[in-house]
Design a protein around this ligand. Structure first.
Ligand code: ADQ
Length: 462
């Protein structure tokens, strides 16, 4: 078995990692003895870091090796807040009006990936397999190939693939295609994303669709497939069952939502739907509350400051209209909460609202299902725009965030659903979330990548 080298913008730090990606890959890393490489702006000090050659530090203290490529802080901002989060993020989530393209964003994005490639190349052994994560690193394989790296390189995109029409908003779209083609295996969250990617490549005369399902772009052959990411469902279920977090007062019905405060998550639409619900179902006034936990994120980007203001205004308006001495309809927390607390709150809530406008997968949907008490489970209300809809859509209640009244009616239906139906739907979803968990996801991807590596080794012997 070859060694696994993972590359992502952020690296797992701290002794008790809880981020999805880190938990996801830790197992695989420990088995094969892995190396994780991240990016670190030079202005931030990494505790315990030791110099590791030019532009790199190593961080001891984990079960696998960790190296950070150190980059200038100003270039980091243009790469991370600029190209990654003001161009690619809105592009992939179909929010074209929020795209802000500047030549220096793109230059920093390429420069940081080239610099990262030099660090990766230095640590790489010939039969390592490399797994690069997310939209921050589209050009990394191309930069590594320029350094002479011939290893098998896989890529996983955690967010939606842009549509064939939208992709043209990005300047130099053929470069982006060519970056992608330098990977051996490109993993996407859903079949819908794979279709979008195929549609994008189909527009270019340089693309060829081969009989074995792989794709040729210019002189590179590679494959694009879907690998829906999962959670560590068994662990999350246990944490939820053991958690002591309580929703109070308990006599009240509770609806919950939790995400980063991102404009892709459809939060204003959700608050409006909840307001509509209280307006139309008068009996629910005083009887149902909505806990929305939204952790701040990317606040240096204007669009994120605006959505935050909008939410404060909306929750204030609903509360102003429907509050009573002992009743606050919306409890809005603008911060993150510890994982065990979140799991316990999910378990107690009667309804979980996961209603993004666009989302690669959405792990909260899976966490909400895993957290439920199987004998008295809550109801998942899911939008068709979450990647999770491909796996869970048949069993969840489906809400359309673009139709506020429909969403309000769906929440009402969730609150009224009889126990038998709740159990039936929950069982079906739990089976999927447990079987297609995070270990299943990383194993499927890595097996497919390993098969590519062995395939090309075989060809090179011939
Ligand atoms: P995100 O957009 O961050 O991830 P998501 O998949 O929901 O979205 O994962 C968020 C994680 O952070 C979950 O584990 C959730 O419990 C936790 N979290 C969110 N808000 C929190 C809060 N306020 N307090 C505490 N914890 C909170 C991106 C893509 C997704 C894709 C994932 C993984 O946008 O579509 O599912 O990567 O591939």
């Amino acid at each position: 078995m070859s060694r696994l080298v993972v590359v992502s913008n952020r690296m797992p730090l701290g002794s008790n990692p809880s981020g999805g990606l880190v938990v996801a890959l830790q197992d695989a890393m420990e088995k094969g003895g892995g190396l994780w490489i991240g990016v670190q702006p030079d202005a931030d000090v990494l505790e315990g870091a030791e110099p590791a050659g030019e532009n790199a530090v190593s961080v001891p203290g984990a079960n696998f090796d960790r190296v950070a490529a150190v980059v200038p802080a100003s270039a980091y901002d243009d790469y991370y807040l600029g190209y990654a989060n003001s161009v690619l993020w809105p592009l992939c989530h179909g929010r074209m009006e929020l795209i802000e393209q500047r030549p220096h964003y793109r230059a920093a994005y390429e420069a940081i990936n080239s610099r990262l490639a030099k660090v990766v190349a230095r640590f790489l052994r010939p039969d390592d397999i490399l797994w690069v994560h997310d939209y921050h690193h589209l050009p990394l394989a191309a930069a590594l190939r320029a350094e002479g790296v011939q290893n098998a390189i896989g890529f996983f995109l955690h967010i939606p693939f842009p549509t064939a029409a939208n992709i043209h908003a990005v300047t130099g779209v053929e470069d982006v295609m060519s970056w992608i083609s330098q990977y051996d295996l490109v993993g996407l969250q859903t079949q819908r994303d794979v279709s979008s990617a195929m549609d994008v490549f189909r527009q270019f005369p340089d693309s060829q669709f081969l009989m074995d399902g792989s794709l040729r772009f210019r002189n590179r052959t590679f494959e694009i497939k879907s690998f829906p990411i999962g959670i560590d469902a068994a662990a999350f279920r246990d944490i939820a069952a053991r958690s002591r977090a309580r929703l109070a007062p308990r006599a009240r019905r509770w609806i919950i939502g939790a995400e980063r405060l991102d404009y892709s998550k459809g939060l204003p639409h959700r608050l409006r739907a909840f307001g509509k619900l209280l307006e139309t179902e008068i009996d629910l006034q005083g009887a149902v509350s909505f806990l929305q936990i939204a952790s701040p994120t990317r606040e240096d980007v204007q669009a994120y400051r605006e959505i935050r203001e909008e939410l404060e205004q909306l929750s204030g308006a609903v509360n102003g209209r429907f509050s009573d001495i002992n009743y606050t309809p919306i409890q809005y927390l603008n911060r993150g909460v510890p994982r065990d607390r979140l799991a316990g709150l999910f378990r107690q809530a009667d309804v979980g609202l996961v209603t993004p406008l666009a989302d690669g997968m959405n792990l909260v949907a899976k966490e909400y299902v895993a957290a439920q008490d199987a004998e008295d489970p809550g109801v998942l209300v899911l939008s068709g725009f979450a990647g999770a809809h491909e796996q869970l859509g048949q069993h969840a209640l489906i809400a359309n965030p673009y139709d506020i009244e429909q969403m309000a009616r769906t929440i009402a239906a969730a609150l009224l659903m009889p126990l038998e139906e709740r159990i039936e739907r929950h069982q079906a979803m739990l089976r999927i979330v447990m079987e297609q968990d995070v270990a299943w996801w990383s194993e499927s991807f890595l097996n497919a990548l390993e098969a590519k590596r062995l395939g090309s080794e075989f060809l090179s012997i011939l």
